[in-house]
Design a protein around this ligand. Structure first.
Ligand code: F0G
Length: 451
């Protein structure tokens, strides 16, 4: 496998089939300048030396002293080949594990040995975002960006500022007032980012940051950026890698801005196109009931990808109703507290490709699932636990069988929303609450309390 490629192996393309405008990768765009739709990174595979079989990637384990071979994203670099190696930025992201977890499997009524948890909390900044940032910052270096920005509920800001600091870029974070996990914002403040707190929610921040980036020429690092999604494809490559290069039956992922589900579908589409896998897995995307735009649109309004001809009116009417009701989403899973997901259409494409399904779960179900995941070894944030809560629904409905092989993506670390965990236990909010017991400062009384 060669290690350096030209950017002419890739280009950007509008996902709207009526437009289909193409742009080279040297441009920094987050919307099609012709029609305003989302953009994809697309590859001329005949110009890239892609391995004949996935197992070839395993050879890179022997050369892990090479920084790109060490990265859990760039060791698959032929599959996201949009820039030359000299621009690639890595801080060792993607050293994450796929853990088979029978304790959690029992909770969701899945047979032993069939449930796997892909724990992205092990990334340097504590969430899956590092997969996307390593790719997007490589693109930012390629286009010579000097300053960058994002809207965030916490993880994007921590990851962006970590990479910005490493690349010498200035960074600005937009947060909604009262809507940020402060444990996460602390990372951004440490790295020297400028933080703008807007009187509004994440969706408001997302709208503002796009206009600010356009007007000031800042490099946008939300998942509208097509190169961020290229990096996030690697989460799927690593799941397959850890399953000895086999594809699971199901991928389950939380749905917020729908970047992951979009990226994962693209990863499988391309692997199939390249003949590297025979079958794509099914995908379940899980919303919180307090932020269930995707569930409403897909399950109730029957919104479809329809080969790219998405019925825009259904979306416009839905959003007009949200506006009329002055609706703002609310869930303890702050990372998916989003009502206008920017990657909606790409996610519809994934649903079409992967025979995908969508469900919404309550905060109570999320917190119980989170407690169980924690009990059996992995501390994750509420948004991540939505996957297990969703799986419990899908098992009860019989949509997923007990012996299917399932991989749930735990997107972020417990330490994003530690207050949720502490309150769940201390305030006895759920069936697995385990609060501290108060004791007088007397030995015999203390001894009586120890079970
Ligand atoms: N899980 C975690 C831990 C997240 O931080 C996010 C998004 C999601 C899931 C949703 O992912 O957009 O791919 O559907 N966090 C954003 C942030 C909002 O600002 O950190 P998606």
């Amino acid at each position: 496998m060669s290690t350096s490629k030209q950017t002419d192996a890739a280009y950007q393309k509008c996902i709207n089939p009526d437009c289909g405008a193409e742009f080279d990768c040297g441009q920094s765009l987050f919307k099609c300048p012709a029609c305003g739709e989302l953009l994809d990174a697309v590859y001329n595979w005949d110009k890239i030396e892609v391995p004949d079989k996935l197992t070839d990637f395993a050879k890179r384990w022997a050369t892990r002293n090479n920084r790109l071979d060490f990265s859990g994203v760039w060791r698959f670099r032929e599959l996201l080949n949009f820039c030359e190696d000299k621009y690639k930025v890595t801080i060792g992201e993607g050293q994450t594990i796929l853990q088979q977890n029978d304790g959690v499997a029992e909770y969701v009524d899945v047979k032993p040995g069939r449930l796997y948890l892909q724990y992205e909390g092990l990334n340097p900044s504590g969430s899956f975002k590092d997969n996307g940032m390593t790719a997007a910052f490589s693109h930012a270096m390629m286009v010579g960006a000097k300053s960058c920005a994002c809207a965030s509920t916490g993880n994007t800001s921590a990851s962006m500022t970590l990479y910005a600091h490493n690349c010498g870029l200035k960074s600005t974070v937009f947060i909604g007032s009262g809507r940020i996990a402060f444990g996460k914002l602390s990372q951004a403040m440490d790295y020297g980012a400028q933080t703008i707190q807007i009187l509004g929610d994440f969706d408001d921040c997302m709208r503002q940051v796009q206009d600010v980036c356009l007007q000031l020429g800042l490099y946008l690092l939300n998942s509208l950026n097509p190169f961020r999604l290229e990096g996030q494809k690697a989460i799927m490559y690593r799941i397959i890698e850890q399953l000895r290069w086999e594809v699971p039956d199901w991928i389950i992922v939380p749905g917020g801005n729908l970047g992951n589900s979009s990226a994962f579908g693209k990863a499988f589409y391309e692997l199939k196109q390249l003949g590297l896998i025979e079958q794509v897995p099914r995908m379940a995307i899980i919303n919180a009931t307090g932020a269930k735009t995707l569930t409403d649109l897909v399950n109730n309004k029957k919104l479809l990808w329809n080969n790219g001809s998405v019925e825009q009116k259904i979306i416009d009417d839905y959003y007009a109703d949200l506006t009329a009701r002055n609706f703002s989403p609310h869930t303890c899973a702050s990372a998916i507290e989003i009502s206008r997901p920017v990657n909606l259409k790409k996610c519809l494409r994934t649903i079409a490709l992967c025979n995908g399904i969508v469900r919404a779960v309550t905060d109570e179900e999320i917190c119980d699932a989170k407690a169980i995941i924690g009990k059996y070894g992995l501390g994750c944030e509420p948004a991540s636990a939505a996957t297990i809560a969703g799986l419990k629904h899908l098992r009860a409905e019989g949509v997923i069988a007990a012996d299917e092989r399932i991989a749930c993506v735990l997107t972020g670390h417990l330490l994003k929303d530690p207050n949720v965990t502490v309150n769940y236990h201390k305030e006895k909010q759920g069936q697995f609450s385990n609060p501290p017991i108060e004791a007088p400062n007397k030995l015999d009384e203390i001894i009586k309390l120890i079970k």
